[in-house]
Ligand binder design. Structure first.
Ligand code: PAF
Length: 281
C-alpha cells in the first residue's frame, strides 16, 4: 500500500492508476477504523480497480475541543486493517496540508447543514463539506463511498458534490451493526459497559418503527411511539427523533405514503450516538 502524506504524492499515485486505465474509488475516514469502514472499502473494491483511503481527523467538524482531543487514533492499527483490505493507497495528511496557513475557504450546504443534527452541532456539516470537497479535489476519484448511518452527512455530501459539479459519483453503503444491533461507530469504544448495553435501544426502536410504518400509522404517532420506546431505557438521553423526507430531509407529516427516513440521536453517558432507518408503508 502506498502511504502518501502530501497532496503531490497522492495526486501522483492516482495519476499513475489513471494512466494505466484504472478507475479509483475513494473512502474518506477519520481513522479508528471498524467493520463499518471496511464495508466501505469492500464496496469501493467491488466497483473499482483501485481503492484509495484517507485518514484525517478533521478539526473543523468538531464543535468541542474536548471531543476532538478524545477522538481515538491508532495509525499503525488502521494501516494494518487497510492492508488487510488490499487498499492500494492511503492519504494520511497533517492538518496544515489540508488547511494551509492563511486558509479561509469554506463549503456549506446552507439548508441541509443547518437542519436536524446540524441544529445541535452548529458548524459540523460545514466542516464535513469543506474537508470532503478538499479531499475530492486532492484525490480526484471516480466515486466516493459513505455510510448510510451518517444519513445527513451522506445527503450533505451528495448535495455538495452535485452543486459543485464534482465529476464523481457518491455512493451510500448500508449500516454495519454489532451482533446485538448497535450501529458500528468509532464512538462506541468510549461507551462504558452499562451504556454499551443500553445503546442497543436505538436499533430496537428503529426495528419496531420499521414494522409500525407498515400498519397505516401517521408520522406523528410513529414519532410518539419511538420516543416512548427509547424512554424505557433510563440511560438514554434522547436528543432528537426526526422523521423526514428521504432526499430533502424536510419534516414529514401525516400518513406514511412513501419512503421516509427516521434519524435518531441520543446520549449515553457523555457519548452522543446517532442511528437511522429508511421506512416504507
Ligand atoms: O464520516 C467521517 O468519518 C467524516 O465525517 C468524514 C466524511 C471522513 C469527513 O471528515
Amino acid at each position: 500500500m502506498d502511504i502518501c502524506n502530501s497532496v503531490a504524492e497522492i495526486r501522483k499515485t492516482v495519476a499513475r492508476y489513471r494512466a494505466a486505465g484504472e478507475t479509483v474509488g475513494l473512502v474518506t475516514t477519520m481513522g479508528a477504523l471498524h467493520a463499518g469502514h471496511l464495508a466501505l472499502m469492500k464496496a469501493a473494491r467491488q466497483n473499482h480497480d483501485r481503492v484509495v483511503a484517507t485518514i484525517f481527523v478533521n478539526p473543523t467538524q468538531f464543535g468541542e475541543v474536548a471531543d476532538l482531543a478524545h477522538y481515538p487514533s491508532d495509525d499503525a492499527r488502521d494501516i494494518s486493517l487497510l492492508k488487510g483490505e488490499q487498499v492500494d493507497a492511503l492519504f494520511l495528511p497533517e492538518v496544515d496540508t489540508i488547511y494551509p496557513p492563511g486558509d479561509e475557504t469554506i463549503v456549506e450546504t446552507t439548508e441541509l447543514a443547518n437542519a436536524l443534527h446540524g441544529k445541535v452541532r452548529p458548524g459540523h456539516f460545514r466542516g464535513v463539506a469543506t474537508v470532503v470537497a478538499r479531499l475530492f479535489n486532492i484525490a480526484l476519484p471516480d466515486a466516493a463511498y459513505f455510510g448510510e448511518k451518517d444519513y445527513q452527512q451522506l445527503q450533505v455530501i451528495r448535495r455538495m458534490a452535485h452543486d459543485l459539479h464534482f465529476p464523481l459519483e457518491v455512493h451510500g453503503v448500508p449500516t454495519v451493526r454489532e451482533a446485538d444491533g448497535l450501529a458500528m461507530s468509532s464512538r462506541n469504544v468510549r461507551l462504558g459497559p452499562q451504556d454499551r448495553r443500553a445503546a442497543v435501544i436505538l436499533n430496537q426502536a428503529l426495528d419496531e418503527a420499521e414494522q409500525l410504518a407498515k400498519t397505516g400509522i401517521s408520522v406523528e404517532d410513529l414519532g410518539t411511539a419511538l420516543r416512548t420506546r427509547i424512554k424505557t431505557e433510563p440511560r438514554a438521553i434522547l436528543r432528537a427523533v426526526d422523521i423526514v423526507e428521504a432526499q430533502t430531509l424536510s419534516p414529514a407529516r401525516g400518513p406514511i405514503e412513501r419512503t421516509l427516513a427516521i434519524m435518531l440521536s441520543a446520549e449515553f453517558g457523555s457519548v452522543l450516538l446517532i442511528d437511522q432507518r429508511e421506512v416504507s408503508p
